[in-house]
Design a protein around this ligand. Sequence first.
Ligand SMILES: O=C(O)CCC(=O)C(=O)O
Length: 289
Amino acid sequence: MKFKKFKNFDINSDSKILSKNWKDNGFLILENFISNSECKILKDRANNLVRKFDFSKNMTIFNTKDHSHSSDKYFLDSGDKIRFFFEEGAIDDNGELTVKKEFAINKIGHALHDLDPIFNKFSRNLKLHQLSNHLGILNPLLLQSMYIFKQPKIGGEVICHQDSSFLYTEPLSTIGFWFAIEDARISNGCLWTQIGGHKGPLRKLYTKINNKMSMKEIDTTPYGKIDTPLEVKKGTLIVIDGKLPHLSGMNMSSKSRHAYTLHIIDGKCDYKNTNWLQRKKSFPLRGFI
Ligand SMILES: O=C(O)CCC(=O)C(=O)O
């Protein structure tokens, strides 16, 4: 099945077709949303943060298959911090790195947008504010950011999920902004989805039970066929409905696949205190402007 790639998106002239694509498909592909120089600025910054990171104190692996990070304080407290998570394949049985440090990190999360001046400047963007309003989020709040490396040869698989399972509001309001900082192809682990898959129910809830995070099944409807690769050029923004099932495969190629993601919620909705990501009262969520 085909979907539209907006070439040089303009919210005013594209407004109707944008709404139709969003409603029908559950995602939008906006090519050239950011420039090559913006991609370079973010990439250089992320690489610099990794260079300065002292990993001798913590080596938490990010793994979406068994959620081994779920019991890890370093992960659970990272919602309002800048923290570093390793690729599973980057650490051997003796706890030693199998690759150089700059090729070992799976992602940096989860408050780059508030704590790092470069990511803050990039994320607080009027175009994203207008787009969020257009998609029905009238009071957008920036909740979570991640710089994802999908490293060559060892870039970990992200299994099929819906973002609202992890960032749950009542009513549902989560939207993901996924910026390709490098070209994303099938070979280096691009996103895959089911067109229109957001029309199904929310299947799972990653929620606090007895003070521990657990994945609870709330609807047994199986996911549809995740048969659509979203191959995109660097500079493309993919906008993802919180209920759209999506995944990315392992990166076995020699090319990395960097992406920056930002997740927003509507401030009018109830963000649950059973979600894993919690912020201190003294560090409230803020909008784009
Ligand atoms: O970039 C990836 O490989 C997966 C990202 C993702 O699924 C997400 O941010 O929800």
